[in-house]
Write a protein that binds this ligand. Structure first.
Ligand SMILES: N[C@H](CCC[C@H](N)C(=O)O)C(=O)O
Length: 282
């Protein structure tokens, strides 16, 4: 099976063209191929597919095999992948995902992509938590190891739990993120962002992703964090988010209510792998 490796600020994906023949057992395949020691190594597996409603369809699986509705960084990589592989000549694309149809546009010299994530939703989950309402999403107290954090929960296609911190000094954010991902407040689990605001147009983000753990960047997460920053009056509607792997420009447009994310997408290598050898037989 031919594949290529792409990354958006170090958030890396194995891309497979599913136009002619799509691999089967995708969940298991994702888990096996994404393994950094026994597989190719990646945060996720992305399938490039035809669509009846849009230019293309994107299917994405996390490194633990779970399927995600959407992924911001993968959408940027996807937009460049279809060009590089001669599947389109269009600079403006529509991409069908489980979170709806996403609009993306190649900008500048074509190495950057601007993605329109649509209107963010202020909620913790599609599934209401019994006994309370999933609409409770601002200043949600979450206690981990006897410390209570205030979370703002925003969906930008996938669920995010944004926590503002004064500093990362001494903060075991990986461990806290890991526990919040599977906290009962989030019946579908959640991605978790830790944000230090530098000023009203700049912030630093660290992320623990649902189904993937620590990653170097998360596009929908940076977008959700900007929305959370606006809603809690910490940031303006336009900001640079500094991620471990680099910077994203995020804007929550006043006129449309849409969130726009702009950043790079890079192909790191192409390869060929025997699926028979890579899929566990048990
Ligand atoms: N890294 C992605 C998000 C993946 C989301 C996935 N981890 C999930 O929600 O299950 C991004 O750039 O937006």
């Amino acid at each position: 099976m031919k594949f290529s490796k792409w990354h958006g600020l170090g958030n890396d994906f194995i891309f497979v063209n599913g136009f002619e023949k799509a691999p089967i057992n995708l969940q298991q395949l994702a888990e096996t191929l994404c393994d950094r020691h026994f597989g190719i190594g990646a945060d996720g597996l992305v399938l490039v597919l035809p669509s009846t409603q849009a230019d293309f369809r994107m299917q994405i699986f996390n490194s633990d095999g779970s399927e995600a509705q959407m992924c911001g960084n993968a959408t940027r990589c996807f937009s460049r992948y279809v060009h590089t592989n001669g599947l389109t000549k269009k600079n403006e694309l529509t991409i069908e995902t489980l979170a709806g149809i996403i609009h993306a546009r190649l900008v500048g010299d074509g190495s950057e992509v601007k993605v329109n994530l649509g209107e963010p939703k202020l909620k913790r989950s599609e599934i209401p938590v019994s006994g309370d309402s999933a609409s409770t999403a601002i200043n949600v107290p979450i206690t981990i190891n006897d410390i209570t954090y205030n979370a703002t929960c925003v969906s930008t296609g996938v669920p995010h739990c944004v926590i503002f911190v004064d500093s990362f000094q001494g903060l075991d954010w990986q461990n806290i993120g890991k526990k919040i991902e599977i906290h009962p407040l989030f019946p579908e689990k959640t991605n978790v962002e830790f944000i230090q605001v530098i000023n009203r147009s700049e912030m630093i983000m660290k992320v623990w992703e649902r189904g993937a753990g620590v990653t170097l960047a998360c596009g929908t997460g940076a977008s959700a964090s900007l929305v959370a920053g606006v809603l809690t009056n910490k940031t303006d509607r336009k900001a640079v988010v500094h991620l471990e792997g680099g910077d994203l420009q995020i804007e929550w447009e006043e006129a449309t209510g849409h969130v726009l994310m702009t950043g790079p997408a890079v192909e790191s290598f192409v390869g060929d792998i025997s699926i028979e050898n890579s899929v566990a037989t048990d």
